[in-house]
Design a protein around this ligand. Structure first.
Ligand SMILES: [Zn+2]
Ligand SMILES: [Zn+2]
Length: 458
């Protein structure tokens, strides 16, 4: 078995992994770096030379996992592409949006290679995606496979509890098993239910490490954290504050909308206007359309109808009134320059009346990371093209991560005690903590941090 990490550094970047099992070659995910542009935003395909792959498996439709799929399909024209139906639906919306973003960046950043793919290419490519139900063994040729099938490579998707459509993939070939976690959450969120992952014998576990550098806070519960958020919003409204919550368009937006819905229904808060962006509203529509087909909580909640958020675009976000008692749930979560959350934040951070609430992960070098780090009283350049600003608004942090706690990742690895554990999808300190802890707890497992671009024999 061979494995190559195609991210460019040990980081949560353009996630993509090359795997060889016996005579089979495949790719797990093919993401776009959330922060870098041009060549640096791509997985490092050069590391696998001119090797072909038979199949590409998608874990879920976040940009850092699916963002460069059209390029991979161009490079590997013979590959079959597999994902869940929900991931296909969300993924095509996300990639079309990405064309628009890259077209704009061509001007703004002088990135002449952009857009890297076109709307028409996505339409053509997405017709070739094979939509697979979870918990079904499927051969790499795309056929339903019998359980006793031992010779061909098969895969089976397992619900990862991270965002709509997210899965881990269990690969079986020639008596060997590999499980790729994708992005996972072992706890219930407000909408998503906890992952249901395999507990059988697994030889190689490829495990995400997003939260490896953060201990689960003492006494933390999701219900307690939701209460804390409701109280913070009530206090902000008391002050006549406008509240910005930067979120990922897919996943965190819908989770936050569901929480706000609960707060209103439980009469913890009065009626108040909620704003989201256009892309977020498209993903929210998909959540609503798929309520019947999704393992989830609040199975009847139609967010667009019952929460009825107002929708902003690139223009209206510049002149919507920054008025007390309003909540802006805007992407991007990392507040990348020119996105709605970034543009809106620049309009409010110098005013002590207003608030920004952080609810999830942000790369420490992203504008959201810098803003959190600098804190109230500090200074920040949210957009390198604009002057630095003094942070006078109130900043609060909440823990609603869509990723597993490091404690639950370690528990899961312990339960299946694989022969080898390959640690991916984490910044260096996160991966290091996981390596040290797992090596200590599971002396019979070999724990590996794969050097990017270097082939590993597993
Ligand atoms: Zn994700
Ligand atoms: Zn990810």
């Amino acid at each position: 078995m061979k494995f190559t990490n195609l991210t460019r550094q040990t980081e949560i970047g353009a996630n993509s992994y090359y795997l060889e099992m016996g005579r089979h070659r495949l790719l797990l995910d093919c993401g776009m770096h959330p922060k870098n542009t041009g060549e640096d935003a791509l997985p490092n395909f050069k590391a696998i030379g001119d090797r072909e792959v038979e199949a590409i498996l998608m874990s879920h439709a976040h940009q850092d996992h699916i963002g460069m799929l059209p390029l991979a399909m161009r490079r590997f024209p013979g590959a079959q592409i597999f994902m869940t139906e929900a991931t296909a639906e969300v993924g095509s919306v996300l990639l079309h949006n990405s064309v628009n973003v890259m077209t704009r960046q061509r001007e703004e950043l002088g990135e002449m290679s952009y857009p890297l793919f076109t709307h028409r290419e996505i339409d053509r490519a997405s017709k070739r995606w094979r939509r697979c139900p979870p918990r079904q063994r499927i051969s790499i040729a795309g056929e339903r496979a019998a359980e006793r099938e031992k010779d061909t490579l098969t895969f089976e998707f397992f619900d990862a509890g991270h965002v709509l459509g997210s899965t881990g993939a269990l690969l079986r070939a020639e008596g060997q098993t590999v499980f790729y976690s994708g992005d996972v959450n072992f706890d219930d969120q407000t909408i998503m239910q906890a992952a249901v992952f395999p507990e059988e014998k697994i030889d190689v576990l490829i495990l995400e490490c997003t939260r490896g550098d953060h201990a689960k806070p003492e006494g933390w519960t999701r219900a307690g954290e939701e209460r804390r958020l409701a109280e913070a919003l009530a206090a902000a409204f008391e002050r006549d504050a406008c509240v910005l919550i930067p979120v990922f368009a897919l996943g965190k937006t819908q989770e936050v909308l569901a929480m706000l819905h609960n707060f209103r229904r439980q009469r913890l808060l009065p009626e108040f206007p909620i704003y989201i962006g256009g892309l977020s509203s498209k993903f929210t529509d998909i959540y609503d359309r798929r309520t019947h087909a999704t393992r989830r909580q609040l199975p009847r909640l139609k967010l667009m109808r019952e929460v009825a958020p107002f929708i902003l675009n690139d223009e209206t976000v510049r002149d919507t009134a920054v008025r007390g008692g309003r909540v802006y749930v805007l992407s991007s979560g990392m507040m990348i320059p020119k996105t709605l959350s970034n543009v809106f934040a620049r309009r409010m951070i110098e005013n002590p009346q207003h608030s920004i609430f952080f609810v999830g992960y942000a790369n420490p070098e992203s504008p959201a990371g810098l803003l959190r780090e600098a804190g109230q009283g500090g200074e920040v350049a949210l957009d390198p093209d604009k002057p630095r600003q003094r942070i006078r608004c109130n900043i609060e942090q909440f823990q609603f991560s869509a990723h597993a706690t490091r404690e639950s990742l370690v528990d899961y690895a312990g339960k299946i005690s694989p022969k080898k554990i390959v640690l991916v999808h984490g910044d260096s300190p996160a991966v290091e903590w996981m390596r040290a802890t797992l090596s200590n707890k599971l002396p019979n497992s070999q724990v590996i941090v794969p050097t990017p671009g270097v082939e590993l024999e597993l």
